[in-house]
Design a binder for this molecule. Sequence first.
Ligand code: UDX
Length: 415
Amino acid sequence: MKVSIIGSGYVGTTTALCLSELGNRAINIDVDEKVVDSLNNGDLHIYEPELEKLLNKHHNKDFRATNDYSSVLETDLTFLCLPTPSKPNGEIDLSIIKNSAKKLGKTLRKKDKEHFVIVKSTVLPGTTEKLGEIITNESSKELGKDLFLGMNPEFLREGNAVDDFMEPDKLVLGGNEKTRNKLKEIYRELIRKTELFETDVRTAELIKYANNSLLATKISYANEIGNICKELDIDTYEVMDAVGKDHRVKRDFLDSGVGFGGSCFPKDVKAIKNKLKELNLKPKVLKSVLDVNEKQPIRIVDLLEEKVNGLDGMKVGVLGLAFKPGTDDVRNSQSIPVIKELKRRDAEVIAHDPKAIKNMKEIFQNIVYKNNPKELVDSVDGCLLLTDWEQYKSLEIEKPCIEGRRLNNCRGICW
Ligand code: UDX
């Protein structure tokens, strides 16, 4: 099938290239000309190793990128894979996706055949329907007649995006029967090996939030138990290994540490928490999930401060800036509040990351960056290890150090 994918971020590019791999022809549309040129030249603009291989295989063949919305007219179905960031008050910011829906609607005015629009971005229940209204108003198409709307959330982890797409735990297809059947055609190869959840659009929207906020809840819960363990000198990982053996719990996402970051969990938990407020329901669990997560960066700085007897004027090394290993992404990385807190306490920050220095330089211009972690360790009074990069495992750290991710180089925030 011919499909267009609007948005060339992690989700959009992965969706486009994986759909090519599944036998479809994919056109990836993005407003950023640099990204478009780079994709058409076979250069991936993000760090995602398996995706790079797919780009090499499909660019100039079943995959191409463009900034021209009219390319949509060559396709049967469009996926919307645009960012839905948080506003400063935690509410979801729909301006990018609404703008895109408007442009898409205007373009579809020129199409006399039916068209399918599938939202893949994470949006709160009711949003896909609102986007549908924008598209019908702009295109003069009629919902259910020549315009079909669906919601198909993604569950892709950065660094594992291709695997998660190709070997999914589940596929959630939201929409009417005709839309779901269209999606089943596209995902034919995947349907054979996974479980299918066919729902209405709103249910599909909520599944994504319920899924991500439960994972975030597991992490904050593990951190709260981890904080108790630290005080009582108990190994929290030993505790969670045993707890995780209960098949009703599962061990995944019970690794305690400096808290969760990334482009999804913090934003999604905030958005669903705000939705509760909007519905006059008081958020309790999700509020605590965010509270614990906000406190962990302060806690790790407190622990180092105790160890080195004050941070004022101290040289502190930060090992790891990406929100997790295997990515150059620093969005909502817990290293950001940690660095802010270190600076607030007048420490001199010296940072290293194997992939994310370039991105972090856009956030902090006034800290020192080192390319060699060993040199960094030698030059500081103490350090914090925040991302569990494989190469940090062999690092000998003889300075006072607290781990925010378990690597066993030194004692950690919860161990
Ligand atoms: C997440 C979801 O997993 C994915 O399904 C969703 O669609 C997008 O958001 P991602 O943000 O790439 O994916 O990262 P993930 O691997 O889930 O980790 C998120 C954060 O939680 C990271 O900061 C990670 O270090 C932290 N984490 C994870 C923990 O602190 N402890 C754990 O046990 C697991």
